[in-house]
Design a protein. Structure first.
Length: 321
């Protein structure tokens, strides 16, 4: 039995990874979160439930490393943005303890989590909307309004807003480390990409988010579109992706797919990709353990709707606060 620890068990990505690995039958899944009420903690047996400090805590990395040693963890799957670079920075130390980290390289994470660095890394490879740093000479003129202003770093749509005039753009403060970006008018897609440890793109699964609730897709559909697949695959190669990332694309005025962002982790909508025939968490596990994986995996067009699911358990099984 392979022992796996999944962090971020309270988020949809953590839930998706845990459910995928539990289906294998040859894996003992440990689940960890900072919150004792994290839903997916209670998908695993009581003896495999763990609490960890918040990902920004000074003690987070040391705590996770100690858990991996104590529980003899073979593979660590982090699913929370803030945890990724911190754990990637100690990849070699984890390996020395006997634990393989299932996440992209630190250099890839740093590129993806800095949206300006990402734009510069990919602009010669794929269509990238014009992106400038607020407060620089390049950012003050030549825009067709409206434009998008967003934080240079950070996940999700937090801090993203639309700016409609040059006067409004002039009022944006440079000390907030913000970007101004060309607004694209077309449809938006998310593409889940799986790359082997050699960088070969094994699968790229585009999906459209049909309904979103609080930033989480609750209805979606996978779509066969060669342009989206090729664009996302080119982005993956440009950033040196290994394992899994979610590439966000949007069509420009000419209908071409253009890069918005890359989330270098398992996305919350991963169950749709798994249902389409590409079980990325399971394939990632085999890849990082050096087991054979296919060179290419295709997918089916499927749709999903999501709903709230209850987990009932005895009160004495709730982890202490």
């Amino acid at each position: 039995m392979t022992r796996v620890l999944v962090t971020g068990a309270g988020g949809p990505a953590g839930v998706a990874v845990i459910r995928s690995l539990l289906r294998r039958g040859d894996v003992e899944v440990f689940a960890a979160d900072m919150d004792r009420w994290a839903s997916a903690i209670y998908l695993v047996p009581p003896e495999y439930r763990r609490l960890v400090p918040v990902g920004r805590s000074d003690h987070f990395v040391d705590t996770v490393r100690q858990l991996c040693r104590d529980d003899r963890i073979d593979v660590l799957f982090p699913t929370v943005d803030v945890e990724l670079p911190r754990l990637a920075a100690v990849r070699d130390e984890l390996a020395a303890d006997g634990t393989v980290l299932a996440s992209p390289a630190l250099s890839t994470l740093e590129t993806c989590l800095d949206k300006l660095a990402l734009a510069r890394a990919c602009e010669r490879t794929v269509r990238v909307p014009r992106t400038e740093l607020v407060g620089t000479p390049q950012a003050v003129s030549g825009w067709d309004f409206p434009v998008i202003v967003k934080p240079r770093r950070g996940a999700g749509s937090r801090g993203v807003r639309t700016v409609f005039t040059a006067t409004e753009l002039d009022a944006v403060h440079a000390d907030e480390d913000l970007l101004v970006q060309e607004m694209l008018p077309g449809d938006e897609f998310s593409v889940d990409v799986l790359a082997g440890l050699d960088g070969n793109v094994i699968a790229a699964v585009p999906r459209a988010r049909l309904r979103v609730d609080s930033g989480v897709a609750v209805a979606g559909v996978t779509v066969h579109d060669d342009e989206l697949v090729e664009t996302a695959s080119a982005v993956a190669r440009a950033i040196g992706l290994t394992t899994v990332a979610n590439v966000q694309l949007k069509r420009d005025a000419d209908g071409r797919p253009a890069l918005l962002e890359v989330n270098p982790r398992f996305p919350g909508a991963m169950p749709l990709t798994v249902a389409s025939g590409v079980d990325m968490p399971s394939l990632t596990l085999d890849a990082v353990l050096g087991r054979p994986v296919p060179d290419r995996v295709d997918f089916r067009e499927v749709a999903n709707v999501r709903y709230l699911e209850d987990v009932f358990l005895p009160v004495d099984e709730i982890l202490p606060g």
